[in-house]
Design a protein around this ligand. Structure first.
Ligand code: BGC
Length: 768
């Protein structure tokens, strides 16, 4: 298969965990991995010890205080009131004037080769020092070709595919003038009430770190200066997903030590992979808002990890410090953020207007200001902006690449692999293609507006393949009865009756349920993250017919809706599957593709169980699972999730043998090799995700009962049996015993393998 758009740029497969794709259909891209070997080290070394070029130093020497502060100002690239992503050239006199006067170092929320060139041109030709602009956008899961939301991508457990998708996102965004994305999101998500779970890779720090590496390498390419590369920005540093009660923007109470174990690893992985930018979180951890967390930004990030890149605030975060109650004025807030380690101010208009005066009044050391300016200029230099400022504003490239059919095909493939089959009673799926009619009921059957989910960048609603269109593509002759209803809170008896009639009259019944895009994502925390509106009533009404039916859930989080899982014979968790999502779902329903997705988060039985993850720690009164007094659990609820982490059915069945540690006798092993024999016991070919969890029995800190530490995907023909080997890095067994002490894994370690966290067999490893 040819991928013209991709072949022009380096493709980054998963160089970190080569065994994660042990057996799968062949990929045309894998040989390129070899070419890219060694790149990670080069990049991270380059960032670790920033040595500023003469060009950058000379610019600094020429700058006035106002120009220096201007470089630290990141503001909207369009005038207020204009659509954030205008697709036609816009006149933006206010912004242009500010750029001309050297008051802007970067702009955000504009895209399009023409729009962005217009502003870049002003910076390059009309500002005194001719310093190019950073142009940033939230390219979170694609630019124009919209891939599944990150939580859906994570469900694929296919790092190769994820990095190829991210490369496409970089190729498209860069062709449209964007040189900086505010991604990847590396927050840990352990609470489905928190709307931004949708942007994350779920609850495993180890897996999120693996995804972090893949995404950073894909965004930034082999060379950041390549016109198809964009600067990545890991966010939200750190503890953003641990907000109390899942309430957006709320503080988190985490010990520094537990942050080490659980929140920091993905960010550290991103830094090791050479990421050029980090964004502190809005929220406070232990009372300290992210942008003034000196310990995190300076001690950990800069000193310990030797990060030499750029730190940019979240949108308006400096202006929020007075609301946190930790700074009295915008000027104080600006100085505090700069002193803590922030370089750039996104949209607060704090740095630009207040820092020069602070220096003049002796309240701010100019060296601090200079340090931040140098970092901004150095990143611009690494992006190649001084050498070729217009490389990413090329209409021909934009026309050719944005929304390229090959990109759409990749989006469909990733969407297919993101689908998680949670329930399939009586093997109702896959549907028989002999069916002649299908009822498509619920809010999202014909929908094109929500399938992309939040952060749709330049995605276009009318180009989204709805589930209805997808079914038609897959099964052109089938008659579809669509009844769109269920989202409103008010019952609509007529629509309900139509839905029931359609279900009765059709061979197949599919309910397309879930959330609107706006119900997940930033500022969309939900106290009751179940099916909104009358959707459960719809499920109940259809269930009463006694006819088998399928529920497809499109949402940014799993639905905490026990009745849904009890009543529906078949449930597919489809997340927000992106612009090609409808066809991906239809292909799976009709058996043109196999379900291969697995849950990157546990699905709890009730809201009261939150947080409940696969890596909860051991306690002094272990819970037996079922309700029990005097044990660490509830008297009215179990301590097990409804669907465990890693869960996902296939259209076939597998039986797993016990794990065998192959190099138990090697006391110096740095990598342990664990063999698992798996047999496809069903009648179809299929893929299973062989997962490895570990637990250290004795440590100075109570350890998680299980932690994901490896996986392989294994594709087996019907009846076929095969061995697969999962590698476990010894260093992955370490844990933090204090804020500053990392303990190596030691003693007896349980090695557990199986198809999900709730179904494992064990062997042991002894590290002396
Ligand atoms: C979000 C960030 C995002 C920024 C710019 C903020 O509200 O928290 O994740 O990058 O807006 O759009």
């Amino acid at each position: 298969m040819l991928w013209p758009a991709l072949l022009r740029t380096p493709l980054l497969s998963n160089p970190i965990q080569p065994d994660m794709m042990t057996r799968s259909p062949p990929s045309p891209f894998l040989p390129l991995c070899a070419l890219l070997a060694g790149w990670v080290l080069l990049t991270s070394a380059a960032l670790a010890q920033p040595v500023y070029s003469e060009r950058v130093m000379s610019l600094l020497r020429q700058m006035t205080l106002e120009e220096k502060a201007g470089q630290l100002n990141l503001q909207a690239g369009h005038d207020p009131g204009i659509n954030p992503l205008p697709r036609t050239p816009i006149s933006s006199p206010l912004v242009e004037q500010a750029v001309r006067e050297g008051k802007v170092g970067g702009v955000l929320n504009i895209a399009g080769a023409d729009n962005t060139r217009q502003l870049q041109q002003v910076a390059i030709t009309q500002s005194r020092l001719k310093i190019p602009l950073l142009i940033g956008l939230d390219v979170v899961h694609g630019f124009r070709t919209i891939f599944p939301v990150p939580i859906g991508q994570a469900a694929s457990f296919n790092l190769d595919l994820i990095s190829r998708a991210e490369r496409v996102a970089a190729v498209e965004a860069s062709a449209a003038g964007v040189n900086w994305t505010f991604a990847p999101v590396l927050d840990m998500a352990r609470d489905p009430r928190w709307g931004r779970m949708v942007e994350t890779a779920g609850e495993s720090p180890w897996y999120t770190a693996a995804i972090a590496r893949a995404r950073v390498l894909a965004f930034q390419g082999e060379r950041l200066s390549d016109s198809s590369s964009i600067l990545a920005c890991a966010k939200h540093f750190v503890g953003n997903g641990a907000t109390e009660g899942g309430r957006e923007y709320t503080g988190a109470n985490l010990s520094f030590r537990s942050m080490r174990d659980n929140e920091l690893p993905p960010f550290e992985a991103a830094v090791e992979a050479g990421i050029g930018c980090l964004m502190p979180a809005f929220n406070a951890v232990d009372g300290v808002p992210g942008i003034v967390n000196h310990r995190m930004l300076s001690d950990v990030l800069r000193k310990e990890w030797r990060f030499g890149g750029l730190v940019v605030t979240d949108h308006g975060a400096i202006a929020e410090l007075p609301f946190h109650g930790v700074a009295a004025t915008l000027a104080d807030a600006s100085r505090a953020a700069l002193a803590a380690g922030v370089d750039m101010d996104m949209a607060s208009m704090g740095f630009g207007p207040t820092l020069p005066e602070a220096v003049r009044a002796g309240r701010l050391d100019e060296a601090l200001l200079d340090q931040a300016v140098l970092r901004v200029l150095a990143i611009k230099e690494r992006l190649g902006l001084f050498d070729d400022p217009f490389a990413r504003h090329d209409n021909a490239r934009e026309q050719r690449l944005v929304g390229h059919p090959d990109h759409l095909a990749l989006a469909r493939q990733l969407a297919e692999e993101s689908l998680v089959l949670l329930k399939n009673d009586k093997a109702l799926l896959p549907f028989k293609t002999s069916a002649r009619s299908i009822a498509l009921i619920g809010p999202f059957g014909a929908d094109q507006n929500h399938l992309m989910g939040p952060w749709e960048a330049a995605g276009i609603h009318r180009e989204v393949v709805s589930l209805r269109d997808g079914i038609t593509r897959v099964h052109p002759r089938i008659a579809i009865r669509t009844v769109t209803t269920g989202y409103d809170n008010t019952p609509d008896p007529k629509a309900l009756a139509r839905a029931v009639a359609a279900a009765k009259a059709s061979d197949l019944v599919v309910l397309a349920l879930g959330e609107k895009a706006i119900d997940s994502g930033e500022a969309s925390s939900r106290a009751n993250p179940g099916l909104p509106g009358q959707q459960l009533a719809l499920v109940k009404a259809v269930a009463q017919l006694g006819k088998p039916f399928v529920v497809v859930v499109m949402a940014g989080r799993p639905m905490i809706e026990p009745a849904l899982y009890a009543l529906a014979p078949v449930v597919v968790q489809a997340w927000f599957p992106g612009s090609q999502g409808g066809e991906a779902i239809a292909r799976m329903l009709f058996g043109l593709s196999e379900p291969v997705g697995h849950l990157p988060v546990s699905i709890v039985r009730s809201i009261g169980q939150i947080p409940l993850t696969h890596d909860k720690r051991s306690t002094g009164r272990p819970s037996p699972g079922p309700p029990e007094a005097w044990a660490s659990g509830y008297i009215d609820e179990t301590t097990t999730p409804l669907f465990p982490f890693g869960y996902g059915l296939a259209y076939t069945q597998f039986s797993y043998g016990a794990p065998v540690l192959l190099n138990a006798d090697d006391p110096d092993a740095r990598i342990y090799r664990i063999n698992v024999t798996v047999k496809n016991t069903g009648a179809r070919a299929g893929t299973t995700l062989v997962q490895l969890y570990t637990h250290q029995r004795l440590a100075t800190i109570a350890q998680p009962e299980k932690q994901l530490r490896g996986f392989t995907r294994l594709y087996l023909q019907a009846g076929e049996q095969a061995d697969t080997i999962i590698s476990l890095k010894r260093e992955d067994l370490s844990y933090w015993s204090t804020d500053t002490t990392r303990q190596p894994g030691q003693g007896w370690i349980d090695l557990m393998t199986g198809p999900h966290a709730g179904d494992t067999q064990a062997t042991t490893l002894l590290i002396r």
